[in-house]
Design a protein around this ligand. Structure first.
Ligand SMILES: Cc1cc2nc3c(=O)[nH]c(=O)nc-3n(C[C@H](O)[C@H](O)[C@H](O)COP(=O)(O)OP(=O)(O)OC[C@H]3O[C@@H](n4cnc5c(N)ncnc54)[C@H](O)[C@@H]3O)c2cc1C
Length: 452
């Protein structure tokens, strides 16, 4: 595409080629819409390039390191696990390059015009590329995602963020993680397993404050047992240079080889031309949308992390597909139900959750209506190896019929176990339905249907 001042017409212009943007573009094209998608970086956005995918690859490496440790405990002639990061990263990046290539092929096959450029709204129906070419469409989807946020404290520039983590070519010997949300917990866990000495600084009284408190507490115990130092109720105030190239947190100690901020993310709305089109944002900069992913401006919609909805890849994809079904597929009532979204924290061990925590269920239904069931056990492998790590599974049930309103699992394998149970919860199963299901033995998953 070339030509300053040139104008091209489409049915849909998507700004951003991450999880949400690609899903909107593909689904709209399936419905026969003429689609253009703008993406200045690598296809796949955060998830593929600096989020879910490279993170999961590193988590898998860490899990292998953990398994090698267990193997040695069980009599295998396995030494201490050491990872050649550069070799592992070659495998990781090859996997990611295949995803890029697959997206490119699919875009071509679908006839989507992929433009390697940033875009900005000129008005509600016109998006301008950096070379001045203007793309016009009845509908524009904003899918520009977000980026890591650094706190505004002295020395913040000495700290790194999750994007930088994916450039690491070795485990830093001593690393500080600031933040106790899921990204902080995941980076701490996998770096610990891959040989770093990890210290976490968490502002609140515990990690993962949106999750079940008991599971989060159990995970903290596991982290402490595995050697991760946890400082809770600790508001970091400054970073400074320590000896050598090290960085000190609040001027303490010898300093760390790396300090990673995992202190939240901010939406990419700067320079997007939102004011020009009259699109509103909230105090955090997120694009305001209603239940239909519509902004207040006719023809302008938004999906994914640029909005204030649950910031997860499958959520961005699901919202985008339903939006495209509604706009171009004739499904007038298509919209995403944001209730009961399952999610996994890729900690060590992983934590998986869907539905209400017991506290939230009590707020909504009253204390008397809420019943909790739990299974506290050592999975077979850890019991065989006589390692203290324990799993904790919990069910939150509501009402006389004991409808399952929340499932909270911490332990090996729960990242794969939860998906099926999330379907069941969404379909409104009761505790009796679980108990009527014959267990699969011997597994950890059977604990979900055997809970008392
Ligand atoms: C470390 C980390 C781990 C994560 N792990 C998980 C996980 O395990 N599971 C999970 O479900 N989610 C995970 N997430 C969250 C997930 O990555 C996001 O929710 C998801 O990528 C959001 O998709 P999106 O399409 O809204 O935005 P993005 O994927 O961020 O895509 C936005 C795209 O828009 C482009 N863009 C920005 N501005 C413009 C512009 N002006 N013009 C054109 N293009 C623009 C960007 O270059 C980017 O490619 C993780 C995130 C992080 C940071």
């Amino acid at each position: 595409m070339a030509g300053d001042g040139q104008e091209l017409d489409f049915d849909l212009v998507v700004i951003g080629g991450g999880s949400g943007g690609l899903a909107a573009a593909f689904r709209a094209a399936e419905h026969g819409a003429r689609v253009a998608m703008l993406e200045p970086g690598e296809l796949g956005g955060t998830c593929v390039n600096a989020g879910c995918v490279p993170k999961k690859a590193m988590w898998l490496a860490a899990r292998i390191a953990g398994d090698i440790g267990l193997a040695a405990q069980l009599g295998f002639a396995a030494g201490a696990p050491t990872l050649d990061w550069c070799e592992f990263i070659t495998h990781r990046q090859r996997y990611i390059a295949n995803i890029h290539a697959s997206y490119r092929r699919r875009l071509d096959a679908a006839g989507i015009v992929a433009v390697s450029s940033r875009g900005r709204l000129v008005d509600a129906h016109t998006v301008e590329c950096v070379d001045g070419v203007r793309l016009r469409a009845a509908h524009v989807v904003l899918a520009t995602g977000g980026r890591p946020r650094r706190p505004s404290i002295p020395g913040a520039e000495l700290g790194l963020v999750s994007d930088d983590f994916f450039q690491f070519t070795a485990a830093p010997a001593r690393v500080a993680i600031i933040g106790g949300g899921y990204i902080g917990v995941e980076l701490a866990g996998l770096l610990g397993m891959l040989g770093s000495e990890v210290t976490m600084f968490v502002r609140g009284p515990r990690v993962l404050h949106h999750f079940d408190a008991e599971l989060a507490g159990r995970l903290q115990e596991n982290y402490r047992q595995s050697g991760i130092a946890l400082h809770l109720d600790r508001d970091v105030r400054a970073l400074s240079r320590g000896p050598g190239d090290s960085v000190c947190v609040d001027g303490d100690g010898e300093g760390f080889d790396a300090v990673l901020f995992a202190t939240g993310r901010r939406p990419n709305t700067d320079g997007l031309g939102l004011e020009a089109a009259g699109v509103e944002t909230d105090a955090g900069g997120h694009v305001c949308i209603d239940a239909w992913q519509d902004t207040g401006v006719e023809g302008v919609h938004a999906v994914g992390d640029v909005t204030d909805r649950v910031a997860l890849t499958p959520v961005a994809i699901a919202a985008a597909r339903r939006l495209a079904d509604r706009l171009f597929g004739g499904v007038a009532d298509a919209k995403l139900d944001y209730e009961d979204i399952p999610t996994v924290v890729f900690s060590h061990p992983p934590l998986a959750t869907v539905g209400l925590t017991a506290d939230r269920a009590r707020e909504l239904h009253g204390s008397d209506a809420v019943h909790e069931y739990r299974a506290d056990f050592r999975d077979m492998l850890h019991a065989l190896a006589d390692v203290p790590q324990r799993s904790l599974f919990k069910l939150v049930c509501v009402g006389a019929e004991r409808r399952v309103a929340g499932i909270h699992l911490l332990g090996e394998g729960v990242d794969e176990i939860l998906q099926g149970f999330a379907v069941a919860l969404k379909k409104g199963i009761t505790l009796d339905d679980l108990r009527d299901t014959v267990a699969i033995h011997p597994t950890s998953a059977e604990e979900v249907v055997l809970m008392r």
